[in-house]
Design a protein around this ligand. Structure first.
Ligand code: FES
Ligand SMILES: [Fe+2]
Length: 474
């Protein structure tokens, strides 16, 4: 029997916890275009070779055919607010320097000095010139060579200084996000973004800023780490304490693929119990649970939403969010629907970018190989917040908190509240999955995915296989 002949069951529900499509029918507002849209693609469920997570030859292929050829998210515009501000972007052992080269203009340069190869940008910085720390060669923010100390010794450079402009990668922006593509022949970013601009239009990612920013080193492959965040299937085991207020098995998964853009999404509703808890699970406890979590997220001493009746459902929590966020930020959130204020709605754009949608949980994930070791990665996590209303300046982007492989979130990142606890639960798994895949029996060295809940992982690998030009199924 082929994969396509098998039945596809799109989620599991209970009396207190309907499937997302049914839950959204009771929203107190008109749904935005994003939440009316459904996916147009269903991948095949194929076995995935575990060697993809540790084989150095596979990582080398990714460097050559993926990272050197793909539009990829690098940072937010607010990370480099002034002309001359810059930040390094490291993906494996490739490195680029992202700089604000004009008021509304950005450039990306290979992060390597043209004299003797020193890495030019080693952390967030600014200033009028890009200066190499070794002998002090300098470039302008637009990449022109502007100074060579002891220039009498470099007449061969001065005579053809335009040949010593910093080599560039393509740069483009959307919604405050900056992207690069090292392939100067690549098509426009828009083709890779697919449905994202249309879906995110009403939520305005450009009117948000980075409120918290964590860079976490993990002893696991970047794909294996990404995949742990593409499904809600693991809630039942890994985050079981969230089940009383999380619709894990009712989660809706959508995929959009037109051959050029590869985007997927999950909508995990909060304020409803997991259907795994059965029909006895209390709708009221689910509402109280999410009200408490949302109040904690607003800061200490904030009174949670009052739950007057189970029948009124999540709209009570949503209305509380409209009021409290509106008052705190001086902005009008009356247009946002309940789901945009309560649920966790995560998009994914191939190969490694997860912008979340709505105020429910406005996170941004980015997964990066670390150096040339396929067993290591970096997961960058941002929590965005709406820019306050009024005429004041935009709040600055949060400083990056660097966490090593053994640093936990709960101790080191208190400002993201209960999310720290959830990330710590995820982080326990990743190194042991990485170890496990490396020691699999040769007779069963492949992953076996669920058809619906893990369909985004199947889709990701389908695209990756194509991009890498793999034909023998490795
Ligand atoms: S290596 Fe950069 S100035 Fe010498
Ligand atoms: Fe998780």
């Amino acid at each position: 029997m082929s994969d396509v002949d098998l039945p596809l069951t799109k989620g599991f529900s209970s009396k207190a916890s309907p499937l997302v499509a049914d839950l959204l029918k009771s929203d107190s507002r008109e749904l935005p275009p994003a939440l009316k849209a459904v996916g147009n693609y269903q991948p095949k469920t194929l076995p995935l070779p575990m060697s993809r997570y540790y084989d150095p030859a596979f990582a080398e292929l990714e460097k050559e055919r993926l990272w050197n050829k793909t539009w990829q998210f690098v940072c937010r515009e607010e990370d480099i607010p002034e002309v001359g501000d810059r930040i390094p972007y490291d993906v494996g052992d490739l490195s680029f320097l992202i700089i604000r080269s004009g008021k509304n203009e950005f450039k990306a340069f290979y992060n390597t000095c043209l004299h003797r190869g020193t890495r030019l940008c080693n952390g967030q910085g600014g200033g009028e010139h890009i200066r190499c720390p070794f002998h002090g060669w300098e470039w302008s923010p637009t990449g022109q060579l502007s100074k060579v100390p002891s220039n009498w010794d470099f007449p061969h450079v001065i005579a053809r200084s335009e040949a010593f402009s910093l080599p560039e990668a393509k740069v483009a922006t959307w919604g405050g996000f900056i992207f690069i593509n090292p392939d100067m022949e690549a098509g426009p970013l828009e083709s890779a973004l697919g449905v994202l601009p249309e879906h995110f239009q009403s939520w305005e990612p450009e009117n948000h800023f980075t409120f918290a920013h964590i860079s976490k080193r993990i002893h696991a492959n970047w794909k294996l780490t990404l995949e742990a965040f593409l499904e809600a299937y693991h809630v039942i085991e890994t985050h079981s304490d969230a089940m009383p207020f999380t619709g894990d098995a009712t989660t809706q998964y959508d995929i959009w693929d037109d051959g050029e853009s590869h985007v997927s999404r999950l909508i995990t509703p909060l304020g409803v119990p997991s259907p795994h808890l059965g029909d006895e699970a209390s709708g009221e406890a689910a509402l109280q649970g999410v009200a408490m979590v949302m109040a904690m997220a607003m800061g200490p001493g904030v009174e949670p939403a009052r739950i007057d009746s189970v029948e009124l459902g999540r709209s009570q929590v949503a209305e509380w969010r409209r009021q409290t966020m509106g008052a705190a930020l001086g902005r009008d959130f009356s247009q946002l629907c309940d789901a945009e204020l309560v649920d966790t709605i995560q998009y994914f754009m191939f190969p490694n970018f997860c912008p979340w949608y709505g105020e429910g949980l406005p996170l941004v994930y980015q997964f990066l190989p670390y150096g040339d070791d396929p067993n290591e990665c970096v997961m960058n996590i941002r929590l965005l917040a709406p820019v306050p209303g009024g005429d004041g300046p935009r709040p600055p982007s949060a400083q990056i908190i660097e966490l090593g492989p053994d640093d936990d979130f709960t101790t080191n990142v208190a400002q993201i509240g209960v999310l720290s606890h959830i990330f710590d639960q995820d982080m326990v798994n990743l190194p042991i999955v990485q170890k496990g895949v490396r020691s699999a029996s040769p007779s069963h060295a492949y992953s076996t995915l669920g058809r619906y809940q893990e369909s985004r992982i199947a889709h990701f690998h389908e695209v990756l296989t194509r991009v890498l030009g793999i034909v023998d199924g490795k």
